[in-house]
Design a protein around this ligand. Structure first.
Ligand code: BTN
Length: 305
């Protein structure tokens, strides 16, 4: 099954050719294709031309060609549990740093702070990227850099600390979830998850799909994201560069915000984000509070972003 997944791209391949490549019969190929479709993979079947993934499917072969990387550094799943969990399993089996796992859907997709991430089959981009051996101190900036890369890849993305990607009207279209296994000051394994709503399907309040603003090809979106992520990874030792680009897309800086944290609510004006990823808010009293984790809401003006 895995071999067939690596062979199929978005150009038709005939049953005869696939059978030869896999060393099995054409009937066996057809059975495997049927099984892939049952698993949630969007495989098109044409009586004469053969089989292919639908346009935009983030199949390993398609991504490997675009990014000029070995096909084995990508894994493509149909309906999965959570790409975060599936990538963690692969990491334990030795997946290399930079490995990418993408799925057509998730039954247990999760967002920040234990929230559920709606992941209907074929309606979004659900992907996790593995990074190894990074200083723990760099993780907040890495989260911001991933947000910048994703906003850039969407073309229209605006940003809200710490990891929300918004459309031009302020609706949330995607987000980044970072999970890490650390040992002292080192993050041995970092799993960077990105979720983008591409088509409307059971979206939460305040959510929107990227299709509201532009047409999307999933493989293009993921390819551009991965290239931009690579660009920003090489600049993690220059926080001011990441923060400057973040600032250009940020919707909260200089505006009235309400931040919900585990310790309570902080009201004030968003001042800036520091090199270690802290969100600074100036309260009415004039005191500035630094927030490491929380959810930011713009006060009263969501529609005028
Ligand atoms: C957020 O809360 O805004 C972050 C959402 C991140 C969702 C993605 S979808 C792919 C990956 N797998 C998951 O279970 N979650 C992340």
């Amino acid at each position: 099954m895995i071999d067939l997944l690596l062979l199929l791209g978005t150009d038709f391949a005939s049953g005869t050719k696939l059978a030869r490549q896999l060393g099995v019969s054409r009937v066996a190929v057809w059975k495997r294709i049927r099984r892939l479709r049952e698993m949630g993979y969007p495989v098109e079947v044409h009586p004469r031309r053969g089989y292919r993934f639908v346009e935009g499917a983030p199949a390993p072969r398609v991504l490997a060609e675009r990014l000029r990387r070995p096909v084995g550094t990508f894994r493509y799943l149909g309906m999965s549990t959570s790409t975060q969990d599936e990538l963690r399993v692969w990491a334990a089996q030795g997946a290399p740093s930079g490995a990418v796992l993408v799925a057509e859907g998730q039954t247990a997709g999760r967002g920040r702070r234990g929230r559920r991430w709606q992941s209907s089959l074929g309606k979004g981009l659900y992907c996790s990227v593995l990074l190894r051996e990074l200083p723990v101190a760099r993780l907040p900036l890495l989260g911001l850099a991933a947000g910048v890369a994703l906003a850039e890849a969407t073309g229209i993305g605006r940003l809200k600390w710490p990891n929300d990607i918004l459309g031009p009207d302020g609706a949330k279209i995607g987000g980044v979830l970072m999970e890490a296994q650390t040992n002292g000051g080192e993050a041995l394994v970092v799993v960077l998850g990105l979720g983008v709503n591409l088509e409307p399907a059971d979206l939460p309040d305040g959510g929107a799909a990227l299709s509201r603003y532009r047409r999307v090809n999933r493989a293009d979106l993921l390819g551009v994201f991965l290239r931009r992520l690579e660009h920003w990874l090489a600049r993690l030792d220059r926080p001011s560069e990441v923060l400057a680009v973040w600032g250009e897309r940020d919707v909260t800086l200089g505006r009235e915000v309400r931040v919900s944290t585990r310790q309570g609510v902080v009201d004030g004006r968003a001042v800036r984000i520091t090199a270690d990823g802290t969100f600074l808010v100036r309260r009415m009293s004039g005191e500035t509070t630094g927030i490491a984790t929380g959810d930011v809401e713009l006060v009263g003006s969501m529609n005028t972003i």
